[in-house]
Design a binder for this molecule. Sequence first.
Ligand SMILES: Cc1cc2nc3c(=O)[nH]c(=O)nc-3n(C[C@H](O)[C@H](O)[C@H](O)COP(=O)(O)O)c2cc1C
Length: 354
Amino acid sequence: VELPRTIADFEARAAEVLDPSAHGYYAGGAADELTLRDNLDAWRRIAILPRVLVDVSERDSGTTVLGRRRPHPIFVAPTAYHGLAHPDGEPATARAATAAGALFCLSSLATAGPAEVAEAAPSGERWLQLYVFRDRGVSDELVRAAVDHGYEALVVTVDLPVLGVRDRDVRSQAVIPDAAAAPSVGATGRTGAFSMLEIGELIDPSLTWADIARLAERSDLPVLVKGVLSPADAQLAAEHGVAGVVVSNHGGRQLDTVPSGAEALPAIADAVGDRIDVLVDGGIRRGTDVLKALALGARAVMVGRPVIWGLAVGGEAGARAVLELLVAEFDVALALAGVPSAAGLGPDCVQIRG
Ligand SMILES: Cc1cc2nc3c(=O)[nH]c(=O)nc-3n(C[C@H](O)[C@H](O)[C@H](O)COP(=O)(O)O)c2cc1C
């Protein structure tokens, strides 16, 4: 089968092949979905200001994150339950990421555990996204598995003390048919069908910076905090032993009408300087979006839904194609912007449209 050429085409095809309630779960955002939409629009409001007559015959998409050189800045965002998109689930996505040279961030709510994913793609770069569950034993076990299986970092998601207003999932009554299919959910003792709306009940809403500092101090792995939009919080992250922040509004799924990552990024990059690494996600759909993110101060981007669309449409090959098309588009964008090395991107490369 021929795979689509663009992420928009993958998205359209995924809508045809996915079960409607699963599709709604993946595609949806919170409440009126204003932030969900703005995540796409915000990148479009930024123009690239190209330079010409620069020798771009040799190009380098590479970036440095957590002190390690990466071939390109396109990372897979943690998204829950890949097994609902395709029977091959996270092992397939992790293999796809590895083939595309993309770091894979495994969700705490995956339909495969950290060990299984590491075994599926042993040579890939991987991080573990951590939810701090009310049942701390479940989170501790995830961290232990991450340490034992070569995960490089913990990405603690801090924008879900409670679940956002997920009207689509209320209407569709989306469920994972069997809680045990998601090992962490199973580990909390849940059995049988598990509603997409119940996840909030499993997560500890009392988490504070003191917990983050403790985790960062005790953990053998660097800790990133995901879901920061305020420069003040980015400063606090730097002061609490955190190695990086992911500027994110959770793909528009949590608090509606917050800023997009694209809007929040410049002030955060400014606030933390080189003290910690800044990543951004939300609405990255083209190589030009990746270029804009790096120009505004991110060291890498994370991509959520597009990878799921790829997985749904073509399993491992589909997810890989999505990542590879972004990598190829980013390379073209660098050449046409007259910036042969990703490390040379800066605010001069972009202008915000009036
Ligand atoms: C279906 C779905 C499930 C998600 N699950 C998680 C999760 O388990 N943990 C997490 O930190 N973020 C989760 N996110 C948020 C993503 O990590 C990321 O912030 C977001 O998808 C980026 O926006 P994009 O989808 O426009 O690329 C999820 C997003 C989606 C769409």
